[in-house]
Design a protein around this ligand. Structure first.
Ligand code: PLP
Length: 461
């Protein structure tokens, strides 16, 4: 039950205030003329309650893969409170106790990495990496190695530079012109076979990146930015052989490898970081959402010492440092929350739980695939899974978007919140997405997949 203290007669006032004054992210507002916006009032563990008192089991960790340790964590709230009362903020040219301690703990989880640059969102963390790659190009390659490669269907953020590196076309539509110097490479989704003659699909998909590098001129390409497992673009797990070849290509052409762990990072896939499944050694790793599970705004751009060294090698040069600031990247609430978030993941063995519950969910989804012809493909790792819906298994024609949305709505009616790939992927809005908190139990997992079973039966027969 809701314990928020909001009385039923106050709820309408809150809804009216929201309707009249809040500009919500990523949705059209016209429907609010006839339907009230949903206001989330309280959360505990895997469950949230909205202002009507309805209980939901959240299978998407706050909508966008964020609340990794679940709702209502008093110890995180207390850690943030204690830090704010003691020392809330000083610009990050100075340090903070949680900032220093979290950086050290994080680096312990990331062998080969060395430095943590703090900011506030995934977009910002990625933009910092882009700027570092550009500055390295200016400082060490006469400004020539300025191009940054990104992949079709990947998403790296909402600012103009990160949108320019975005592989989901509708997100950029009507916001052009985009920033120059970002170049697209093909995605690696084996189910949407782009390389039918390949002996190794993974190597062929990586070789397609090399072709773009050769076309652009290797001495003009400074960075390659990839999600380890593509999130909103369709939960795309890399095919066998992909990452080793990507690493080889980056080394061959002296291209810095930037892995965007904004979704996959901090346990989501059953390792601390998604790239750690594939033995790859990145130059940059960015992360945000699960770092503090939504209890505070924090993101990190993590680099190797070799990258960092390139910014401090000439003290006599006034340009030889990273000339960038993020005001709130100095707010101590972020790393205070992140430290406690990490302690919870370790003490409650949530990585192990993610592996076990992820395997259970994958099995359940595969059983649904045997039962429902509309499920063409099931993929993902840990508690980061997707089921691609098709209207025909042979042609693999994507299922109609409105039917996919009807499945999501049916589950919502059953009190289960699931997700689907967003409308920014014309023709590919057809993957159901699941990312419950890392605390999910077997019962939670079974309830989620049971609701999908029922919804698929009702929508597709
Ligand atoms: N990178 C990935 C892979 C994401 O999925 C997102 C957001 O969904 C971002 C970056 C951008 O993060 P933010 O919304 O915190 O700016």
């Amino acid at each position: 039950p809701i314990q928020s203290g909001i009385q039923p007669n106050d709820i309408q006032a809150v809804i009216d205030a929201d309707k009249n004054h809040v500009w919500h992210h990523l949705i059209q507002h016209k429907p609010f003329e006839t339907v009230d916006p949903r206001i989330m009032v309280e959360g505990r563990g895997m469950r949230v309650w909205d202002a009507t008192g309805k209980e939901h089991l959240d299978a998407v960790s706050g909508g966008v893969w964020t609340v990794n340790v679940g709702y209502g964590r008093e110890s995180i709230a207390n850690a943030v409170r204690d830090q704010l009362v003691k020392m809330n903020y000083f610009a990050n040219s100075a340090g903070s106790i949680p900032g220093a301690l979290f950086a050290q703990k994080l680096i312990e989880k990331m062998p080969g990495m060395s430095r943590v640059y703090y900011s506030n969102s995934g977009s910002e963390a990625n933009e910092k990496a882009f700027k570092m790659i550009r500055q390295i190009s200016h400082r060490h390659h006469g400004g020539r190695k300025y191009k940054i490669l990104y992949r079709d269907r990947d998403y790296h953020g909402t600012t103009l530079a990160t949108l320019s590196a975005g592989g989901q076309p509708q997100r950029a539509e009507q916001y052009g012109p985009m920033a120059p110097g970002f170049v697209k490479v093909p995605h690696c989704l084996e189910y949407r076979n782009q390389f039918p003659d390949a002996e190794s699909y993974g190597e062929a998909a990586a070789n397609a990146i090399e072709e773009v590098i050769l076309r652009e001129g290797p001495d003009t390409v400074g960075g390659l930015c990839l999600e380890p497992i593509t999130a909103g673009g369709g939960v795309i797990t890399p095919p066998e052989g992909y990452w080793p070849r990507v690493q080889e290509i980056c080394r061959k052409y002296d291209i810095l490898l930037h892995i965007d762990e904004v979704v996959c990072g901090v346990g989501r896939t059953g390792e601390w970081f998604g790239y750690q499944h594939y033995g790859v050694k990145p130059d940059f790793v960015t992360m945000a959402k699960g770092v503090a599970s939504g209890y505070a705004a924090i993101s990190c751009t993590v680099t190797t010492e070799a990258v960092f060294e390139q910014f401090k090698d000439d003290p006599s040069d006034p340009m030889s440092y990273f000339r960038d600031i993020s005001t709130f990247g100095g707010c101590a609430a972020g790393p205070a929350a992140a430290l406690e978030n990490m302690r919870i993941i370790e003490d409650e063995n949530l990585i192990e739980n993610t592996q076990a519950m992820g395997a259970r969910m994958l099995d359940n989804l595969r059983a649904l695939q045997d039962k429902h012809a509309v499920i063409g493909d099931v993929r993902g790792k840990g508690l980061f899974l997707g089921a691609e819906l098709v209207s025909d298994r042979t042609s693999r024609e994507p299922a109609e978007e409105k039917k996919v949305q009807a499945v999501v709505a049916d589950c919502m009616g059953q009190g289960i919140i699931i997700g689907a790939t967003n409308r920014s992927l014309p023709g590919f809005n057809n993957t159901l997405c699941f990312s419950p908190a890392l605390i999910a139990t077997a019962d939670d997992i079974d309830r989620i997949t049971d609701s999908v079973d029922q919804a698929l039966t009702r929508v597709f027969g």
